[in-house]
Ligand binder design. Structure first.
Ligand code: ADP
Length: 208
């Protein structure tokens, strides 16, 4: 049984002055997940919103260091990060997850952990040929040369979301526009009584 605590989610959310939620980025390698996630987190932080960014690459350095890229391991990767995100939401925080998460069934499973509106599936959409051109980490070059097995988009499948809450086409919009679209949607969820514009004028913690 879930052990009840004296300080609960509602208390923590009241302290933060916003609700908890998950912004889950899915998309091909090189589509822009980490870039937009980092920029979004910075914007939210400056508004006094309590965040944590779970980047797939970082999680694989610790909690998920024992996992590879087979479909089974990817499923387990998502299962663990999904539960971790749920704990962060219970802590009243906004969790930004940046993970390829290639299969619909795995993303639908994560969604089922959360209440309606709390899980914001954000498709970071970019055509494969542009991701290959960008190749920010040189991984496509290696995958196309056959030295990385099970590479999403090359030798492992990616299933586009059908009912994503947001779709950001990074070959068409700038990073700043992407951040603003996601932020507007998120703030309506976590601080329904306040518009993001009002919020931007209060709670400024740091200047860049
Ligand atoms: P992912 O995390 O999805 O693997 P990254 O964020 O690491 O992708 O890399 C995306 C690359 O594409 C970065 O070098 C980024 O600067 C570049 N890029 C160009 N245009 C955009 C855009 N509109 N949105 C996001 N990234 C972009």
């Amino acid at each position: 049984m879930w052990q009840k605590t004296k300080v609960n989610r509602v208390a923590r959310e009241n302290l933060h002055e916003h609700k908890g939620a998950v912004v889950w980025f899915t998309g091909l390698s090189g589509s822009g997940k980490s870039t937009i996630a980092a920029e979004l987190e910075w914007h939210l932080y400056r508004q006094g919103i309590h965040t944590y960014l779970l980047d797939g690459d970082n999680v694989r350095l610790g909690l998920n260091e024992d996992l590879g890229f087979s479909m089974r391991d990817r499923e387990e990767n998502i299962r663990r990060v999904g539960h971790l995100a749920k704990l962060f939401v219970d802590a009243g925080m906004v969790v930004i997850v940046a993970m390829i998460s290639p299969l619909r069934k795995d993303r639908e499973w994560v969604r089922s952990l959360f209440a309606q509106g709390e899980f914001i599936e954000t498709f970071i959409d970019c055509p494969l040929d542009i991701c290959i051109e960008r190749d920010p980490k040189g991984l496509y070059k290696k995958a196309l040369a056959g030295s990385i097995p099970d590479f999403t988009g090359i030798s492992s499948p990616y299933e586009h979301p059908i009912h994503a809450d947001l779709t950001i086409r990074t070959n068409q919009v700038r990073i700043s526009e992407a951040v603003s679209t996601i932020e507007t949607h998120l703030v309506a969820q976590i601080i329904p009584e306040r518009s993001s514009q009002t919020l931007q004028k209060t709670h400024v913690l740091h200047q860049r």
